[in-house]
Design a binder for this molecule. Structure first.
Ligand code: URA
Length: 238
């Protein structure tokens, strides 16, 4: 259930403020009844909502797991004409948008949704879900250096929260680290690794909360199953 003015604004009727005025002016009906109070909660999918006698268009809420490929920007459009995540969702009628961001040169799991409340909670520091990355870094960081990442490290925008860090594989010139964080600052994993002197050469996000890439291929997506969506919402107290 959502507030009537919010549902109207989301349906593209007008701004939230303007929609409030329309309600107060008696132009909005819910299931045939004129509503003039601003607090009214409605179900955008079940309630029949009309403005000036015309039904509003409400979108079905949809949430997808997307494997963002490298060299695709996490944005709905790009003035420079680079591929964007929106390019992969052209055949979906609903306007789904990315939850948070993966860098142009980071690949992996990205949630795409038109559910504003879900997106808010997923990116809100209070609820932020675990995110797991595999970072291939230059050289071979010592355990002491990894401990600095685990405890929290000072970046330009402040200390990072404690992270889980595990050495996955030592290669000749690089090391693969598994890093689990729940914050979502700009280029955080790259900046953390840079701060201990081992810059990232490849970065992939493999998990958000309990949702994993599994056997997905770059550039593919799948809709969340009802059970996954329920579990995600429960995790976010929705
Ligand atoms: N951390 C980064 O540095 N880049 C990303 O894309 C995501 C997390």
């Amino acid at each position: 259930m959502e507030r009537l003015q919010k549902v109207l604004a989301h349906a593209g009727v007008a701004s939230r403020r303007k929609c409030e005025d329309m309600i107060l002016e008696g132009r909005v009906r819910v299931n045939g009844e004129t509503v003039t109070e601003l607090g009214r909660k409605v179900d955008p999918l079940l309630d029949q909502i009309e403005v000036d006698g015309k039904p509003i268009m409400t979108e079905r809420k949809r949430t997808f797991l997307f494997y963002k490929p490298l060299r695709v920007i996490t944005s709905m459009s790009d003035p420079q004409g680079r591929p964007t995540v929106a390019d992969y969702f052209r055949e979906i009628d609903e306007r789904v948008y990315p939850v948070g961001r993966l860098d142009y040169d980071t690949e992996g799991l990205l949630l795409m949704t038109n559910d504003g409340e879900l997106a808010n909670r997923l990116t809100h520091p209070k609820y932020e879900a675990d995110k797991c990355y595999l970072a291939t870094v230059k050289g071979h960081p010592s355990e002491e250096q990894l401990d600095r990442l685990r405890r929290g490290i000072r970046l330009e925008d402040g200390w990072t929260a404690p992270a889980q860090v595990r050495r996955v594989k030592d290669r000749r010139n690089t090391t693969v680290l598994e890093i689990v964080i729940h914050e979502g600052r700009n280029r955080q994993v790259r900046r953390m690794c840079e701060a201990i002197g081992h810059p990232v050469v490849h970065l992939i996000r493999t998990r958000i909360a309990f949702l994993t890439l599994g056997s997905m291929k770059p550039g593919t997506y799948r809709e969340l199953k009802p059970r996954e969506l329920e579990r995600l919402k429960r995790l976010l107290y929705l």
